[in-house]
Design a binder for this molecule. Structure first.
Ligand SMILES: Cc1cc2nc3c(=O)[nH]c(=O)nc-3n(C[C@H](O)[C@H](O)[C@H](O)COP(=O)(O)OP(=O)(O)OC[C@H]3O[C@@H](n4cnc5c(N)ncnc54)[C@H](O)[C@@H]3O)c2cc1C
Length: 436
């Protein structure tokens, strides 16, 4: 394979996570070497790139995905596994900021990502422990009022698969005194995120797609009629380029750098708890996240571990002691787990946009990108991957509307983005703590 030392992923192996330890078998793909040519080149084998690539390969296009590390090495192979309908920016924020028509348009699309995931799992028989349902948990009465308003607004757009839960009913989903109530979305869910990515990659290859792993892109020539992508050991020229490097892209494509900022969030996996203890904490199938700005998100794995995530570090660095950081939050929800053994703790980066709206767009005529799902990207990356594939295949109807939603650069670019966002995070964290 070669060129391992220069990969931004170190030796390019997956990070030491529960997901990597329980990943389904996957081949080691060859790196890109020498001069190559393809119709459509995609940078990044996360959900965005795989989603777009699989759709295009299914339609018969010649597609090559160039991945700097391994399939699912980025956020897609390390996340909380929560399949949440909606974007990070809420429909009410979208309505206030961009108007009723945009909110209505977004509402007609926000359930598609979850549907794409379920369809793919069924069609390609992807073994990734899919479970149904997600719960938004309210800590305060004010949070509960927010959830009531959310349910009404979504129902007004015709989305009515959500159910409000009072304090006692919530306990049939999550048995904790920490919460005032919640809302269950029966069409949400959760799964083993790395195995989903590996399954999608296999499906892409089954449809004739090519993936090159361990091939960090070091530059992109956007000026020529056929974009040229240079990697450490090779290059590939293409008719159309799709950039899906998200938080890990760094400065490779300067025009995208100030649009998003990497933010790290952390996850731990406890030892297996056994069926009895696990079900005493989470009696139902659903995963749970609370509604704070800096939130906890958690679920049970197929082998009854608690997979518990939370926190964020702006700029994308890792906290010194991930386990200690997360254990404090975990114990607030489940005090009985104060002494639980933690088998894995890891960190990963998502891409935050200033408005918390995902971004999709085009540089010139034949270079497309999507990124910036702002921490709620499992469904959004599948939706935006599909919209990218539609655009490249000639149907710009959804692409044009999403691309037309304005974006705001981080004030001061990447340099000031971190202090600015730390301030923002401190402010929202304070509001969370004060319950306002
Ligand atoms: C710890 C964590 C927990 C999360 N939990 C949830 C959750 O529970 N629910 C939810 O909805 N969202 C969650 N998210 C967000 C979600 O995982 C992401 O939004 C989503 O996976 C983004 O997919 P992507 O394909 O755009 O990016 P990524 O999965 O990050 O993929 C980008 C890929 O591009 C590659 N790449 C980057 N630069 C280059 C380059 N120069 N050359 C070649 N390849 C390159 C990377 O190696 C990577 O594989 C979480 C994120 C993290 C980090």
């Amino acid at each position: 394979m070669g060129a391992l030392a220069v990969s931004y992923a170190g030796d390019g192996g997956h990070i030491d996570s529960y997901y990597a330890a329980t990943a389904n078998a996957a081949p080691l793909r060859r790196a890109l070497t020498g001069a190559n040519d393809t119709d459509i080149c995609i940078i990044g084998a996360g959900y965005s790139g795989l989603s777009a690539g699989l759709d295009l390969a299914e339609k018969g296009h010649k597609v090559t995905i160039v991945e700097g590390a391994r399939v699912g090495w980025g956020a897609s192979g390390r996340n909380g596994g929560q399949i949440i309908n909606g974007l990070n920016a809420s429909l009410s924020t979208i309505k206030k900021r961009y108007g009723q028509d945009t909110a209505k348009f977004v509402a007609t699309n926000v359930q598609d990502g979850g549907e794409i995931i379920r369809q793919r799992i069924a069609k390609y028989d992807i073994d990734c422990d899919l479970r149904q349902g997600n719960v938004f948990a309210a800590i305060t009465d004010k949070h509960m009022a927010e959830l009531e308003a959310r349910k009404s607004l979504w129902a007004a757009y015709g989305i009515d698969n959500q159910e409000l839960l009072d304090r006692e009913t919530l306990k049939t989903y999550v048995n904790s005194e920490f919460y005032a109530g919640g809302l269950v979305d029966h069409s949400g869910g959760h799964m083993h995120p790395l195995n989903l990515a590996l399954g999608e990659a296999a499906a892409f290859e089954k449809n004739g797609g090519t993936i090159c792993e361990m091939s960090p892109v070091i530059s992109v020539d956007t000026a020529s009629a056929r974009p040229l992508v240079r990697t450490v050991q090779g290059e590939i020229s293409c008719r159309t380029l799709i950039i899906c490097g998200n938080a890990y892209l760094g400065n490779v494509v300067e025009a995208l750098t100030s649009r998003v900022m990497p933010v790290s969030t952390q996850v731990l996996a406890t030892e297996p708890l056994g069926e009895k203890l696990a079900r005493s904490l989470i009696p139902g199938e659903a995963c749970i996240e609370d509604v704070r700005y800096i939130l906890d998100y958690y679920r049970l794995s197929a082998d009854n571990r608690l997979i518990f995530g939370g926190g964020s570090v702006y700029g994308g660095s890792d906290p010194v002691d991930i386990e200690a950081k997360l254990r404090r939050n975990l114990v607030k929800v489940f005090p009985q787990l104060a002494e639980v053994k933690v088998d894995y703790a890891w960190s990963g980066n998502f891409a935050l946009s200033f408005s918390r709206m995902p971004q999709i767009g085009r540089l010139g005529t034949n270079i497309y990108f999507a990124h910036g799902y702002s921490g709620h990207g499992v469904t959004a990356s599948h939706l935006f991957g599909r919209i990218l594939s539609e655009a490249v295949d000639g149907d710009l109807s959804r692409f044009d509307v999403f691309a037309g939603i304005g974006w705001v650069p981080f004030p001061g670019g990447r340099k000031l983005a971190v202090p600015y966002s730390v301030l923002g995070s401190w402010w929202y964290g304070l509001r969370d703590r004060l319950g306002v």
